[in-house]
Design a protein around this ligand. Structure first.
Ligand code: NAD
Length: 233
C-alpha cells in the first residue's frame, strides 16, 4: 500500500500528489513513468513521474481528472492509500551531453515537460522553456519551471497571461534569430507536437516528442504501445 502524503490542486482539473514510494523515488529518472492501481479491481493507469524526493522517499504525480480512475484518485486525500504503484518504467529522457536545449510544454503536458527540463538542467545544459496554456486560470507549474529554466517564456492562447499566441511562435522567432539548440523536446497535445516538429524541421534541429499510445503492461512486451512513424516501428 502506498500512502498519499501531499495533495495539491494545481487548477480545477489538474491535481498533484506526493506518494510515499521510497524504492521508486530512489531509482526514477526524468522521463520515466509509474503504473498505479487504486485498489485490487482497479484499472491500471500509467503516469509520468513529475518529480522525486529521494530523502523523503516520495514520488510526485500530476494528473488531469478526465476518466473514471483519475476522478476516483482525485477523490482521495492526504493520509489515504492506493493499492499499487509500480515503477520506474520506461526509458529515461536522454539528458546527457547537451549544451543548449529547448523544452516546449503544452497545457497538461507541462507536468511531463518539467522533470525533463530539470534533468537537462542538472546534466549541465542551458535550458530554454516555452510553455503554453489556453488562459491564465489553468496555468500550472510556473514557479517550478522558472527554478530550472535559464530562459522562460509563458504563452496563452487568449493573451490573458504572458505573451499572446501559441508555443510555436517564440520557438520560430528564436530559431530565426539564430539560436542553436542541440535538442528541442516537445510535450503536449499531438497537434502542438506536430507543429513544433514542423517549426524545427527547416532548421535541422533534433526534435523529440512524447507520444501517448495505449499502454497495457508498461514494459513494451505486449506491444500495445508500439507506434509506426515514417514506416518505422
Ligand atoms: P491545450 O489544447 O490547451 O494546448 C496547450 C497548448 O499547446 C496551447 O496553449 C498552445 O500553446 C499549444 N498548442 C495547442 N495546439 C497547438 C497547435 N496546433 N500549434 C501550436 N501549438 C499548439 O492542451 P491541454 O488541453 O492542456 O492538454 C491536453 C492534451 O495534452 C490532451 O490531448 C492530452 O492527451 C495531451 N497530453 C499529452 C502528453 C504527452 O505526453 N504528449 C501528456 C499530457 C497530456
Amino acid at each position: 500500500m502506498y500512502k498519499i502524503v501531499r495533495k495539491k490542486e494545481l487548477n480545477p482539473t489538474v491535481t498533484l500528489m506526493d506518494i510515499e514510494a521510497p524504492f521508486v523515488a530512489k531509482k526514477a529518472k526524468a522521463g520515466q513513468f509509474i503504473i498505479f492501481r487504486i485498489d485490487e479491481m482497479g484499472e491500471r493507469v500509467p503516469l509520468t513521474v513529475a518529480g522525486t524526493d529521494k530523502e523523503a522517499g516520495t514520488v510526485t504525480i500530476i494528473f488531469q481528472k478526465v476518466g473514471f480512475t483519475t476522478k476516483a484518485l482525485g477523490e482521495l486525500n492526504e493520509g489515504d492509500y492506493i493499492r499499487d504503484f509500480v515503477g520506474p518504467l520506461g526509458k529515461p529522457t536522454p539528458v546527457e551531453g547537451k549544451k543548449k536545449v529547448c523544452v516546449v510544454g503544452g497545457g497538461v503536458g507541462c507536468a511531463i515537460a518539467l522533470p525533463s527540463a530539470r534533468g537537462f538542467k542538472e546534466a549541465g545544459a542551458e535550458v530554454t522553456v516555452i510553455v503554453g496554456f489556453r488562459s491564465k486560470d489553468i496555468v500550472i507549474l510556473e514557479d517550478e519551471f522558472k527554478e530550472v529554466a535559464d530562459h522562460f517564456i509563458m504563452m496563452t492562447d487568449d493573451g490573458s497571461y504572458g505573451r499572446h499566441g501559441l508555443v510555436t511562435q517564440p520557438l520560430q522567432e528564436l530559431l530565426e534569430a539564430g539560436e542553436q539548440f542541440d535538442e528541442v523536446l516537445a510535450i503536449g497535445p499531438v497537434p502542438m507536437m506536430k507543429f513544433v516538429a514542423k517549426t524545427t524541421q527547416p532548421f535541422g534541429v533534433h526534435t523529440s516528442v512524447s507520444l501517448n499510445p495505449i499502454m497495457i503492461d508498461g514494459t513494451g512486451m505486449c506491444g500495445g504501445c508500439r507506434v509506426t512513424v515514417g514506416g518505422e516501428t
